[in-house]
Design a protein around this ligand. Sequence first.
Ligand code: UDX
Length: 490
Amino acid sequence: MENQHTPNKCKPHAILIALPLQGHIIPSVQLALTLASKGFSITFINTENIHHQITQSSSPSNVSMGEDADNSIFAHARQSLELDIEYLTVSDGLPIEWDRSLNHDMWVGATMYCFPAHVEMAVAKIVKSRPSVTCLIADCYSPWASKLARKYGLLHVGLWTEAAVVLDVYFHLHLLRENGHLGPGARKDEIDYIPGIKSIKPTDLTSYLQEEDLTTICHQSIFAQIDDAKKADFILSNNIQELEAQPISALQAQIPFYAIGPLFQTGPGFSKGPVATSLWAESSCLDWLDTKPLGSVLYVSFGSYAHIGKEELVAIANGIKLSGVNFLWVIRPDMVSSDEPDPLPVGFRDEVGERGMIVSWTRQTEVLSHRAVGGFLTHCGWNSTLESIHCEVPLLCFPLLTDQFTNRKLIVEDWGVGCNLCDERPVTEKEVSRKVQDLMGGSMGCKLKSKMKQVKEVVDNAMAKGGSSQRNVDTFVDNLKVAWDARLAS
Ligand code: UDX
């Protein structure tokens, strides 16, 4: 233990290290704001690459970087909300402008083997200069976190940003192995022996667990991450206790686990928070949306990370065109596995005309809050799912990667707030057209909207004063202090 701690009379100080991915930075920033508003000092660490992307994509109209231009994404929050949040950046081991999306496995390797060294140097420096440091908060996908926390005498808090059921499965990988549901020749029947999960199909497991080859760098990384997350002193999660009561109870039987979601701003801050987090420049779609009737626009986005094949993209494009509905579609430049500069079918943009708007990135929370949006064709990313529930926009599900398959099950089968885009892959344009029409104008849309209302109410209650998420944050803060006092006394 290298930390020379002073008695715990000062406020808790957390070092929070965000996983360098869009869908993880957003809840990490919100966690920093939440804990700072509970009296924590926070040192928030981003990678240089992420910082560069955020600052490059920010324009004075869509970012609040603060007037002191001290280079912190928290400058505005610190000034106007008087929150004690320091900000620093470290290298992930790769050149700042290196294309991480194109060189995915190299990036995974860097985050496993280089990034932790840079983080450690930063943590060592902070601990030396600030003896009040209490805990290290790291995304659960950080296989180095528990060792680092131990080395510097800090409590280790994991941040889980996905559905609780996903972590519950990951925490019971040994059962999947023992029962033959993992790896080459895996069983195809339902899995009914994981604590907290009544039954789940192998096709609803995360994409990594459905693969035959479990030796890739992604698998090595995930297995190491989960082993490490199990060693955390506490886990904070972007979950809602009432929505996933059983997997959360199963996790709580193993580890102090606190569901404190959803981790986003509510009220006016929902569509424009006090901290810039976007990795790409956001096109404003408000003027276009303003011209469209109430609930008439299908919003289409496949998130920040997943790729889609050209054939599926073309089937979806033709299906949306055939459906006749208005649509706003986010197509990230790196999203389509194709060398062509425009992956959409020839003539598509002209044929849909004013009915469609296509952008490479937008402010999704602003779009989902707009009265014109009536449905969301989504890859089922966890943030997108929670944001859509918050805005009562029903979902049309097209999972592509990782946890999105499990999220689809929650959305469609457990909560009834969405339906499948297709039941069999590859998707066909006829099926897309039929499903889009049914969602946007048919009986399916009405049914899903009424379920959405109920689920949103559950989430709102959890977030309200005295609700489960609020209570869980407070309990975490109390328990952290008790654990810290016990550690200092020992
Ligand atoms: C992946 C996982 O699938 C997800 O479950 C995990 O929580 C994070 O990593 P990702 O592709 O990032 O997901 O999707 P999602 O979780 O939905 O997060 C994307 C975020 O980007 C959302 O907060 C969304 O509001 C935002 N976004 C997306 C934009 O601001 N603009 C866009 O144009 C598209």
